[in-house]
Design a protein around this ligand. Structure first.
Ligand code: NAG
Ligand code: NAG
Ligand code: NAG
Length: 640
């Protein structure tokens, strides 16, 4: 018997999630509890009372539409779901202007547009089950509603894909509302977002964001689904999309760790295991895989990620519906467009259910993370990320990304110096104290003695130098400039990465540089106490701060010629870290005067996460702690 209380597990934790039947069972386990939250006519699913920037009807439409990614895939792959009628009724009633449950006509830039991608996809793959049963009148209403998108304004982003899918669905239904010209124009435009090596920006030139919207959440997934569904009429474009995916896969695989987690980076993280839907989509599109990827490897990448999420207690309410948040419910990290139905975007990762039972994805034996991709450091030129899993810790160094429009907690989501699959990242929960700032993996600066803080958001002149490290500029105030080099782990010191900052300031500053935030409770369930050596606890000494707990060890060290910063292990405010609600943050602090001359900060960041269910960092980490990384010669020369 497991000793876990029911609050420490999920309704899905016992599902091994190894076979197609297991995956279908998990999907049904997510769909069934929605019945109790569904409106009488089926068209709205109401899962909570928190608000979004758009109207509540659109929010309830989200609750209705997003699970369809899973339902339609399941039906397409030969599955039967007895609750399917709820969605068929919902289509009829939601699109009937004379019904109380009418979703409302599409306006310009309407949130309803987003939902048309799942709906269009559903008609394209499961027409017999989801479209054919509708009455003629319902079909007319449905196509009018969906086709209402064709003459509306849309944001110049991945959103255009939603209209492509709406039109794809309309074409498969043989509808007169299908607009072939519009669809081609949208795709031609979307193709201008392509920047090479498989990567597309989420918008026109000038947009630098390359987050999960470029991969699983939107663009790559859409390209792959399209390449499968439109092969007959648009073969060249479909082949181009498969080629892009082949290149992209070899970069994207570096965002996943051996345990199945993806590195949290960017916005919309409450979509959780949607992060891995690219892998299922590769199979859906029958892409010929580039080595070292095999179907067994791809299956592992997809299923391990879903398996990880199926076991996260904080991701679900006790009835099996999803919470808004990441590893636990929290509004601080979310965006103003996350309704209680939004997390169901994760249902894209059920696309593997659309595959026939004899597809190699299902017949191959699941394989672990490929040996050839372990203990690597890889510079990704388009997103300006250096990814690494050297020493068993999967994370990325980042400089140069930012959101092209104001998004909540933008500095935390795009501007941090590092993002880890094991330690996640933190967001501010207030603006009063350093504890509230959640300043992990960043350099925080204050010009008012710690009253308020600034962290990097607007990163300038970022580049990867010599294929080896990142270099960038940050101008937090008119008279302050910060030049930063981020150096990935080196062979002799694999548990460390290095940061070098050259700071020039015309005003007095306080600095607080954070490492990775780590689970901050001891084995007694109480806050970590000071401890030395291998014991769990916090450690603060001169220029060193560190914390050790069942999640592993995280530390930060001042490696300056004359270390002058104070090492601390700060208990950050509750609910600031995405992965653990109670965290400790190793931090270096100092005061700097307004000399106007450049000064240098050199920082070593150390981290060893625990492995699977084991508690604490692996033994031998204390020796690694002593192997301090050296500043590369080229950078060292600048410091002379
Ligand atoms: C919803 O649609 C179905 C099928 O058209 C119909 O039988 C039912 O009465 C409708 N329900 C409501 C509440 O309008
Ligand atoms: C999330 O974090 C905020 C700020 O710490 C807290 O007030 C709130 O209760 C948390 N939970 C939810 C569900 O938002
Ligand atoms: C911090 O919060 C207070 C109160 O909401 C607000 O007045 C102030 O402008 C905020 N300061 C910063 C720097 O964001």
């Amino acid at each position: 018997m497991s000793s876990l209380s029911k609050f420490e597990t999920t309704p899905f934790a016992s599902n091994p999630l190894e076979t197609k039947a297991d995956l279908a069972k998990f999907l049904v386990g997510l769909l069934d509890p929605l019945a109790a939250h569904t409106s009488p006519g089926g068209s709205r699913i109401h899962l909570g009372y928190t608000a979004t920037h758009y109207d509540d009807i659109a929010a309830q439409l989200e609750g209705f539409s997003r699970p369809i990614w899973g339902l339609a895939s399941f039906l397409a792959g030969g599955g039967e779901y007895e609750g399917t009628k709820r969605w068929v009724d919902g289509f009829a009633n939601g699109t009937d202007p004379n019904n109380d449950e009418f979703w409302g006509n599409m306006r310009n830039r309407d949130q309803r547009m987003v939902e048309c991608s799942a709906i269009g996809f559903a008609i394209a793959v499961a027409k017999e089950k989801l479209w054919d049963p509708l009455s003629d009148e319902a079909k007319r209403n449905f196509e009018n509603w969906l086709g209402g998108m064709n003459d509306k304004e849309m944001p110049n982003t991945n959103w255009l894909w939603f209209r492509v899918f709406a039109n794809l669905g309309l074409s498969r239904a043989g509808s007169p509302r299908f607009d072939a010209k519009r669809m081609k124009a949208d795709m031609d435009h979307l193709d201008t977002f392509y920047i090479g090596d498989g990567w597309s920006r989420d918008g026109p030139e000038g947009v630098v964001q390359l987050d999960y919207y470029s991969s699983s959440f939107a663009i790559q997934f859409a390209q792959l689904a399209y390449s499968k569904l439109a092969q007959a009429e648009d073969p060249e474009r479909c082949e181009e999309y498969r080629n892009r995916a082949r290149k992209f896969a070899l970069d994207f695989v570096h965002y996943f760790d051996e345990e199945g987690r993806a590195i949290p980076f960017g916005r919309s993280l409450t979509y959780r295991f949607a992060m891995s839907s690219f892998w299922g989509a590769l199979a859906f599109a029958d892409v010929e895989l580039p080595a070292p990827l095999t179907w067994g490897v791809v299956k592992g990448l997809q299923l391990r990620n879903i398996r990880y999420w199926a076991k996260q207690p904080g991701a679900f309410y006790p009835d099996g519906t999803l919470t808004i948040g990441y590893c636990y419910p929290n509004q601080s990290m979310t965006e103003n467009y996350n309704s209680p139905g939004s997390p169901y975007w994760c249902c894209k990762s059920f696309v593997a259910l659309a595959l026939p039972d004899n597809h190699p994805f299902w017949t191959s034996k699941e394989e672990p993370y490929p040996e050839a991709l372990r203990n690597t450091v890889k510079a990704l030129n388009h997103p300006l990320h250096i990814t690494t899993n050297l020493g068993g810790h999967t994370y990325l160094l980042s400089s140069g990304q930012q959101c092209s429009y104001p998004v909540k907690q933008s500095a935390a989501k795009y501007g941090k110096l590092a993002y880890s699959s094991a330690f996640g990242y933190s967001v501010p929960v207030g603006n009063g104290t350093l504890e509230e700032l959640g300043g992990d993996s960043t350099l925080a600066l204050s010009d008012d003695n710690g009253e308020t803080w600034k962290c990097r958001r607007d990163t300038r002149e970022a580049k990867i130098e010599n294929g080896k490290w990142l270099r960038s500029m940050w101008y937090p105030w008119k008279d302050v400039e910060v030049e930063t080099w981020l150096v990935p782990p080196q062979k002799g010191s694999p548990m460390w990465h290095l940061r070098v900052h050259r700071i020039k300031t015309g005003r007095p500053l306080t600095s607080a540089e954070g490492g990775f935030a780590i689970y901050g409770q001891g084995e007694d369930g109480r806050a970590l106490e000071p401890a030395t050596g291998e014991d769990f606890g916090t450690y603060e000494s001169g220029g060193e701060g560190r914390a050790t707990s069942r999640a592993g060890v995280s530390g930060i060290v001042d490696l300056g010629v004359k270390p002058s910063r104070k090492g601390r292990a700060i208990r950050t405010d509750a609910n600031s870290n995405l992965m653990v609600a109670r965290a400790v943050l190793p931090t270096l602090m100092a005061e700097h005067d307004a000399s106007g001359d450049s000064f240098w900060l050199v920082t070593g960041v150390f981290a060893v996460p625990n492995v699977l269910e084991e508690k604490g960092p692996r033994s031998g980490w204390t020796e690694e702690w002593e192997k301090r990384p050296a500043v590369p010669e080229e950078i060292h020369a600048l410091m002379m």
